[in-house]
Design a protein around this ligand. Structure first.
Ligand SMILES: Cc1cc2nc3c(=O)[nH]c(=O)nc-3n(C[C@H](O)[C@H](O)[C@H](O)COP(=O)(O)O)c2cc1C
Length: 309
């Protein structure tokens, strides 16, 4: 017999039928007159994380919102991650009344704004401003060509008629999804240093965890709690099993035992890819026997490429 109770799955199930922890971001977008508008959002998540030509986030929102309309118009937005102070969350909720126009809510908004870093680097690249108070910001461009959404236009505030897209652009009468290319990540120095130098429990930023709008009255959230680290038990393959895989990657290019010792901790599912990468490097560099020193060069090259991205 199940140890669970059943719950009806209804509209907005993530906040009506579940306890679903979410981030809180303030999305800045560009209005027609060139000013920046802000709206709070939680249904944002990484979408393309690897293996594509670019990285992307996904936003799910009401298609009549200022945010959706501005993205449909000019495709630019910034996801500003705010801190977990109750006064900051209060300021976010202030920006959430459906139907409030930017000219009504922005004069009362206390978040400080500054020029986008992308626009600072290239003044022709006009972007919405970003929140000076944010901990981190993702500057984005909507990929309107995906799912044929480039014909979706702003201007309809009372519900769009179908046909609807499956996952990008106008996806239902009142809904929209936006696949947002990650153009730049901005971060306050303290937290950037933590990522670059190796993060410790005390280095994590105070980001709120949001549980959405409930009881037709309140937005619920909690502040950051103490961070805990859970060590992944490394499973090391045996040299023989890695040798077995390595000998089958290429008929000419081989690895020394010392070279293979450097990849013993690579999980089995990634091993063929890693070994193929090493062989490709060896082919490019006229190497027939890959040594531990070569593995170091390949690793450094990979690290450099990752940094460049
Ligand atoms: C913390 C918080 C999270 C929210 N998350 C979402 C969301 O993910 N999607 C959405 O459509 N509305 C969300 N809302 C409601 C929007 O903020 C609301 O529709 C608002 O009018 C949007 O502002 P805008 O029209 O200026 O874009 C959220 C509101 C708050 C306070």
């Amino acid at each position: 017999m199940s140890s669970f109770e059943n719950l009806r799955v209804v509209d907005n199930f993530y906040q009506t039928s579940l306890f679903f922890p979410m981030p809180t971001v303030i999305i800045s977008t560009l209005c027609e007159d060139g000013t920046t508008s802000l709206g709070p959002y939680s249904l944002v998540q990484p979408y393309y994380v690897a293996g594509k030509d670019y990285y992307a986030m996904l936003l799910c929102c009401r298609n009549s919102s200022n945010t959706a309309q501005n993205i449909l118009r000019n495709g630019k937005c910034a996801l500003n991650f705010i801190d977990d102070k109750p006064s900051t969350f209060k300021e976010a909720v202030k920006l959430s009344w459906p139907g409030d126009k930017p000219e009504e809510k922005m004069p009362k908004c206390n978040f400080r704004l500054e020029t986008s870093l992308l626009q600072e680097e290239n003044p022709d690249d006009i972007r919405p401003m970003v929140l000076s108070d944010a901990i981190e910001v993702i500057e984005c461009t909507w990929m309107r060509e995906l799912d044929g959404a480039d014909t979706d236009l702003p201007g309809e505030l009372n519900g769009y008629e179908g046909p609807y897209h499956d996952f990008n652009g106008i996806t239902s009468k009142f809904g929209a999804h936006f696949i947002l290319r990650v153009d730049k990540i901005l971060m306050k120095k303290k937290y950037r240093d933590a990522i670059i130098n190796g993060v410790r429990a005390q280095d994590f930023p105070p980001l709120p965890v949001d549980y959405g709008y409930r009881d037709s009255k309140n937005f619920w959230f909690h502040r950051k709690r103490r961070m805990r680290a859970e060590l992944l038990q490394m499973r090391k393959a045996s040299l023989e099993s890695v040798r077995y895989a390595a000998d089958r990657v290429d008929d000419k290019i081989k690895f020394t035992d010392e070279a293979l010792m450097t990849v013993l901790a690579v999980p089995r599912v990634f091993l063929p890819l890693v070994l193929k990468g090493c062989v490709a490097w060896a082919q490019e560099n006229g190497v027939e026997l890959i040594t531990a020193e070569h593995m170091q060069i390949i690793n450094d090259k990979r690290a450099k490429e990752k940094k460049k991205k």
